[in-house]
Design a protein around this ligand. Structure first.
Ligand SMILES: [Ca+2]
Ligand SMILES: [Ca+2]
Length: 144
């Protein structure tokens, strides 16, 4: 993670790059955010358009780091996990190993059909599988 640039998009000045002191100190990352909340597939396209991947999360500090990038405690954000290929089999879009989860109690429940993952569900700030058609902020990540 030390050599990653995290990108959180929405609620930001389009195109502007910023490095927030606290997060930079945490892992020497820089990141930027842009306007517009998007459905999951658009996030994927947008990240790829930046030469980035959707963010994967592999440990608690990394999870907390991403939560810290959210503009408010209740802001939600897509990460790059999905089970759209086989129900219940969660994969990271960047192909990394699935070695960490932070599911809320009772999640993932695939309610209706939920194949995408929001990192900040409820005041417990845990993961929820959610409809990929939902529109929320998201994280991309790229190598520095
Ligand atoms: Ca599912
Ligand atoms: Ca769910």
């Amino acid at each position: 993670m030390a050599d990653a640039i995290f990108l959180y998009m929405p609620e930001f000045v389009s195109g502007k790059t910023e490095c927030f002191r606290k997060q930079c100190d945490f892992s020497q990352n820089t990141f930027f955010r842009q306007q517009t909340k998007v459905i999951w597939n658009d996030m994927r396209r947008n990240c790829q358009g930046l030469g980035a991947n959707l963010a994967s999360v592999h440990n608690k500090p990394e999870n907390e780091f991403l939560l810290g990038l959210l503009p408010t405690a209740s802001s939600r954000g897509w990460i790059g996990a999905h089970d759209g290929e086989q129900e219940g089999q969660w994969l990271w879009t960047n192909g990394t190993v699935n070695d960490f989860t932070n599911w809320c109690a009772g999640e993932p429940n695939n309610l209706g059909t939920e194949n995408c993952v929001d990192i900040n569900w409820t005041s417990n700030r845990c993961w929820n599988d959610w409809t990929c058609a939902g529109q929320i902020g998201y994280f991309c990540v790229t190598d520095a």
